[in-house]
Design a protein around this ligand. Structure first.
Ligand SMILES: [Fe+2]
Length: 303
């Protein structure tokens, strides 16, 4: 059973338990989320000026569009306002900032009509973040920057919350990926040859749920949910912001969603920053999750 809670008033501890049980949470825009959206819009509009960001793809050659995103996205990630606003959003949602650690927010684009679906605007196939070395206690936050509709949103594939999907996560190690692939995102314009964990069986995409909220509204879900980028047929580029958190008690206590099929190694644990002072998690906790790359024999391609 999966429920969707709207503006739930429950404590963060209770909410995380519910998230690890597959429940979804949806929040109305908060003052800080609206401010984050304002910052994202301002940067995006400046980057594409004089074109409107949602329509710019129709006036720009794809190489030029990639160039704009390649400058815009890192600028947003590292913008000092983001590191101020994320803790504020988490505080507004009832998180204990002394124990909640977040990673930098990402600005994502989903172009319409298959204009650009690789590299820097990668259209995510159905996946769990936990296939990408995220811990089972990772909580994801996702918000639209402009209005969304079902045809340019994201989808949850609920049938697989408790059911395994055969997948290639055994080949994924976060440290290896960072070394080899991430820097090259902007080079992948027409196709994306980077190795990513994918389903290795036919995924039944339905039943699926697409949550629609206003700009600055926040979808909160477990990183273990199977989710995907919806093929955008809306005629408008979708811009969204997402970021992730972990809670110290859950990291220390190995709490989190059940692992039904993730076999990746390594960990993203070193990325999260404490809500109060941007400190990293204790090194011994990071080390506990940082498993070495899978042995050659375990890999599907025998590397
Ligand atoms: Fe994801």
């Amino acid at each position: 059973m999966n429920a969707v809670y709207l503006d739930a008033k429950m404590s963060d501890d209770a909410r995380r338990r519910a998230l690890y049980d597959g429940q979804l949470f949806l929040y109305s825009p908060t003052p800080a989320s609206l401010e984050l959206v304002r910052v994202a819009r301002q940067m995006t509009e400046e980057a594409f000026a004089p074109l409107a960001p949602e329509a710019a793809q129709f006036s720009l050659p794809v190489e030029k569009y990639v160039e704009v995103l390649a400058a815009l996205k890192p600028k947003f990630i590292h913008h000092p306002r983001c590191k101020e606003l994320l803790p504020r959003i988490l505080g507004e949602l009832g998180c204990d900032l002394t124990k909640t650690y977040f990673d930098v927010p990402r600005l994502r684009t989903a172009t319409s009509d298959n204009y650009l679906t690789s590299g820097i605007a990668y259209a995510f196939h159905p996946h769990r973040d936990t296939w990408y070395s995220a811990p089972m206690c990772q909580v994801n936050f996702w918000m639209p920057v402009y209005d969304i509709e079902p045809d340019n949103s994201m989808a949850f594939h609920l049938r697989y919350w408790a059911r395994a999907v055969r997948n290639g996560s055994v080949d994924y190690n976060y440290a290896e990926w960072n070394r080899e692939s991430r820097q090259n995102a902007a080079q992948h314009i027409k196709t994306d040859t980077r190795r990513q964990p994918r389903p290795e069986e036919q995924v039944e995409l339905d039943p699926q749920v697409r949550l629609i909220c206003p700009p600055g509204g926040i979808i909160v879900f477990s990183g273990a949910h199977l989710h995907s980028t919806v093929p955008n047929t809306s005629g408008r580029t979708r811009y969204s912001i997402d970021f992730r958190t972990v809670h110290l008690d859950d990291v220390a206590g190995d709490a989190g969603a059940p692992n039904v099929d993730s076999a990746c190694t390594g960990t993203t644990m070193g990325d999260y920053l404490r809500g109060t002072d941007l400190a990293h998690l204790p090194a011994e906790l990071i080390a506990r999750y940082d498993t070495p790359p899978a042995a050659v024999g375990a890999r599907s391609d025998g590397r």
